[in-house]
Design a protein around this ligand. Structure first.
Ligand code: AP5
Length: 216
């Protein structure tokens, strides 16, 4: 049976960083809603145009658009063994839709690592983040610096700072998270799927805690 892991946590806590590491360790596919939106923006699609207007303000893209995008992605053949979802679901409606989608595939969400850290940690991580233009590889000026400033270690492409990592937008993203996404913590706790992970530790320690929790 396929395995579905949902990475839950506030903006900048390290969901994407850990999802990529876990995907390599497990062979599961990493599906990031934010990366899918950014690909659409890069390719100048209609979906990208709609998404950008919300992302620039730090608001959530409407549920219907987001759910349709994820449904399409999860239906592809590379997702059959399961997926590590990063950034989805983010509202109760998205969580309900995910449950329905997975039920159609004869599956369900298995684990929900909730990675958390204080707001000052999130702001520090987002303000120092550098992302690779070609493939979305992520670095941090202090905590995970590239070998050469401004250049991706993995594919040599340019590193840039995301528009929504400006301090004002980050503050709004954190507010939006608290209002619209935080209710999912209780939702998944009640069904016994939540695993709490201390995201304030260095990257390798967070990975070690995650791996240990998932092995149980
Ligand atoms: P999205 O791209 O999903 O952004 P996010 O959830 O805000 O998460 P981030 O990507 O900012 O952070 P992260 O937790 O992955 O941290 P990372 O690993 O990069 O969404 C962007 C926007 O798209 C949303 O605002 C919304 O508009 C839209 N959207 C997306 N999904 C949606 C949905 N489902 N519904 C509606 N709208 C949606 O790490 C951050 C930095 O910290 C990096 O520099 C990294 O190197 C560093 N770092 C990571 N871990 C550590 C550590 N342990 N110690 C030190 N540094 C670390």
């Amino acid at each position: 049976m396929a395995t579905y892991i949902v990475m839950l946590g506030p903006p900048g806590v390290g969901k994407g960083t850990q999802a990529k590491i876990l995907a390599e360790k497990t062979g599961l596919v990493h599906v990031s809603s934010g990366d899918l939106f950014r690909d659409n923006i890069k390719n100048q699609t209609e979906l990208g145009r709609v998404a950008q207007s919300y992302m620039n303000k730090g608001e959530l893209v409407p549920d219907d658009v987001t759910i349709a995008m994820i449904r399409e992605r999860l239906s592809r053949s590379d997702c059959q063994a399961g997926v590590i979802l990063d950034g989805f679901p983010r509202t109760p409606k998205q969580a309900d839709s995910l449950e329905q989608m997975l039920a159609e595939f004869g599956s369900e969400v298995n684990y929900v690592p909730f990675v958390n850290a204080d707001e000052e940690v999130l702001v520090e991580r987002l303000s120092g983040r550098w992302t690779c233009r070609a493939n979305g590889h992520v670095f941090h000026a202090t905590f995970n610096p590239p070998k050469e400033t401004g250049v991706c270690d993995l594919d040599g492409s340019e590193l840039y700072q995301r528009d929504d990592d400006k301090v004002e937008t980050v503050k709004n993203r954190i507010q939006v998270y608290r209002k619209q996404t935080a209710p999912l913590i209780e939702y998944y706790r009640e069904v016994g799927k939540l695993v709490e992970i201390n995201g304030a530790q260095p990257i390798e320690k967070v990975t070690a805690e995650l791996v240990k929790a998932l092995e149980k």
